[in-house]
Design a protein. Structure first.
Ligand SMILES: NC(=O)c1ccc[n+]([C@@H]2O[C@H](COP(=O)([O-])OP(=O)(O)OC[C@H]3O[C@@H](n4cnc5c(N)ncnc54)[C@H](OP(=O)(O)O)[C@@H]3O)[C@@H](O)[C@H]2O)c1
Length: 340
């Protein structure tokens, strides 16, 4: 296939490049795109130096699949143009996910949604939602999912390279002040970054994304968890209550989930079901560090939730840059390729 990556110089774009090679995606030619800032830079790919092109002035002819990972604004603007040139766009941003004419796909969960691609655009889910989908789908098939109460623990790389740099810089600024910070939260004057609204080093921030201006007073990350779970799992009335929290972790999003089902399901049944899911690993103590750099979602702390009807609680960790973004996008491309 003739493949393009828009945002090839970013975190997700670089993992996409790695994963295309790792999975031996059938590539006849590849082109990399980014902003004017990176245009002209050379990036090695399987022995060739590929010159990064400016996405806003590029010619899109001749491409079969274009993976977009350069923010919602650019996707909204550019994806229709790229699709009209004949390529299928697989978009990592939030721009198209809730469009009725755009399938939102996790291949092992709802690949049937790829049968109709009216706009030539397929959306990749939000990285936090994605971690949970391969786990919740088989449990829904068994017992009928009705309600989710979720707290997230989201890594700084979920906010782009700038999020990672902000954490790293603030850790450096703290230097040897750990003892001082133990007694006085203001002991270090952390510099302000653009990614997080409070210092992220040695802290947790119960605010991810941006506030939506309505009576629910939730953030767009919390809204995405509800809307995207409903669309992917095809449960339009799924009740979802989420609190999204940023934590000082570089990579690996985690979710503490309490789920309520229409029929009884035991913790041991949940373990038996999840043991058979190839993209899930059962782990006594799942952590983001274990999940960083690998493909499966780690699931553990599976136990009855006695507060909810037919309730189960569990904890998940998954790599937000791999399955949460780049891997899923490449798996969508593989699914499309196998249909052609
Ligand atoms: N990080 C995650 O966990 C995650 C997960 C799922 C989805 N996503 C989505 O994936 C996208 C990228 O995330 P990231 O973490 O890789 O961000 P990132 O590291 O900041 O990289 C951003 C990329 O977009 C390019 N870009 C920015 N503005 C552009 C423009 N106007 N025209 C062309 N290219 C432009 C940048 O190119 P330059 O080198 O030229 O600046 C860079 O390649 C975002 O939409 C994000 O929401 C991220």
């Amino acid at each position: 296939m003739h493949v393009g990556i828009v945002g090839a110089t970013g975190q997700v774009g670089s993992v996409m490049r790695e994963i295309l090679i790792e999975r031996e995606f059938p590539i006849e030619s590849i082109r990399f795109f980014a902003s004017e800032r990176s245009a002209g830079r050379k990036i090695g790919f399987q022995g060739d130096d590929i010159v990064v092109e400016n996405a806003t002035t590029a010619n899109w002819d001749g491409l079969d699949i274009v993976l977009f990972s350069a923010g919602g604004g650019l996707s909204r603007e550019l994806a229709p143009t790229v699709a009209s040139s004949g390529a299928i766009v697989i978009d990592n941003s939030s721009a198209w996910r809730m469009d009725d004419d755009v399938p939102l796909v996790v291949p092992e969960v709802n690949s049937h949604a790829l049968k109709e691609i009216p706009k030539g655009i397929v959306a990749n889910p939000n990285c936090t939602t994605m971690v949970a989908m391969p786990v919740l789908k088989p449990l829904h098939a068994e017992a009928g999912l009705e309600k989710l109460i979720i707290s997230t623990y989201q890594a700084t790389s979920g906010a782009g390279l700038s999020g990672v740099e902000e954490l790293s810089k603030q850790i450096d600024e703290a230097g040897n002040s750990a003892i001082d910070l133990t007694h006085n939260g203001s002991a270090v004057a952390f510099s302000n970054g653009n990614s997080f609204i409070e210092p992220i080093a040695f802290n947790v921030i119960p605010f991810c994304g941006a506030l939506i201006d309505d009576e629910l007073e939730e953030t767009n990350e919390e809204r995405k968890l509800r809307d995207e779970s409903r669309k992917i799992l095809e449960i339009p009335d799924l009740a979802v209550s989420a609190t999204c929290v940023r934590v000082p972790v570089y990579t690996g999003h985690s979710l503490a989930i309490s789920a309520s089902f229409s029929s009884p399901i035991s913790a041991s049944k949940v373990r038996t079901i999840l043991k058979e899911v190839p993209s899930v690993i059962l782990e006594d103590i799942p952590t983001p560090l274990k999940s960083a750099g690998v493909d499966p979602t780690y699931v553990g702390r599976i136990r009855p939730d006695t507060v909810l009807a037919n309730g189960i609680s569990l904890f998940l960790s998954g790599d937000n840059l791999r399955k949460g973004a780049a891997l899923n996008a490449v798996q969508i491309a593989e699914a499309l390729n196998s249909e052609t």
